[in-house]
Design a protein around this ligand. Sequence first.
Ligand SMILES: O=C(O)c1ccc[n+]([C@@H]2O[C@H](COP(=O)([O-])O)[C@@H](O)[C@H]2O)c1
Ligand SMILES: Cc1cc2nc[nH]c2cc1C
Length: 336
Amino acid sequence: MSNRPETLNDIRALLAAAPGPDGDAIAAAEARNGQLTKPPGALGRLEDLAIWMGGWQGTDKPHADAPQVLIFAGNHGVTAQGVSAFPAEVTAQMVLNFQAGGAAINQLSNLFGARMDVHALDLDRPTGDFTQGPAMDEAEFLMAFLAGWDAVDPGADVLVTGEMGIGNTTSAAAIAYSHYRGAAETWVGRGTGVDDAGVQNKTRVVEEAARLHAFPTGLEALRCLGGRELAAMAGAIARARTLRIPVILDGFICTAAAACLAAEHPGALDHCVAGHMSEEPGHAKLLQELGKEPLLRLGMRLGEGSGAALAIGVLKGAAACQSGMATFAEAGVSDG
Ligand SMILES: O=C(O)c1ccc[n+]([C@@H]2O[C@H](COP(=O)([O-])O)[C@@H](O)[C@H]2O)c1
Ligand SMILES: Cc1cc2nc[nH]c2cc1C
């Protein structure tokens, strides 16, 4: 693709010039919604979702028939700081599980007829420990971002971005703290299940990292404090925008990666909806900062795109009603 970025500044320019939704399609979808056989507004948020999807897809009859689930896996040098309840080897082991069809995300992708692709990103070469230096240099960052960019199927009508990476809730907390400040501890949670001492240790790591890197934001935060899977999710979200594919964001880590795009350009996530609210406490704060209302709230904290994949069902429901229902005139129902 001609707009495939080659530098960080290319990415910034791309975000600034990204297409918006189709205004005519939004008007047509709103008009159609008003004629469907239901009291006005009776489908609640499904109606807004359908119109939003229609705008990005350029039609008054949106669809979620070809969803794609993208899972990116990365290893983190910061695991040397003892920030996870699980060993770093689990990242590669879970990739094998994804490939064998045994993970939660396999079941949910199958359930909703989604194409699922797993991209293991240089697992043998963990990113740098960001309490000691930047997680990635520019070349490493760009390679990961472009792995996400290239992974998007242009034929998909909805995209889910998910991740697997032992240690990455610390990365996400460091990114959120660097952007939005407040008390570091308010961004730190148990991740895979660390105890109170583990949470304190993660808070120390997040504070040290912010100080060392002088509170970077946007793509610099993603490069210095992120991981390859976070950079790849950001790349996929940015590519989906150029293709006008609506995106469902997953949990804390996915949303932290996405927030780096919003920090570069305020409207960069207009094509994204929050699939769910994770149990990881920083996620609620992050969604509030981004002005995103989650679709589901089920106490999930798994990652791997699972909460977002479940929300494909909600988008399918919204699209099916908007596109399949009869109008009052077609059904011969009095419109009050
Ligand atoms: O998506 C979430 O909100 C979420 C919350 C807690 C944990 N996770 C998953 O757990 C892993 C990171 O946890 P940790 O404790 O190793 O930082 C990573 O593989 C994530 O997919 C994901
Ligand atoms: C087993 C396991 C599965 C996961 N899936 C996403 N993150 C995970 C972390 C662990 C530890």
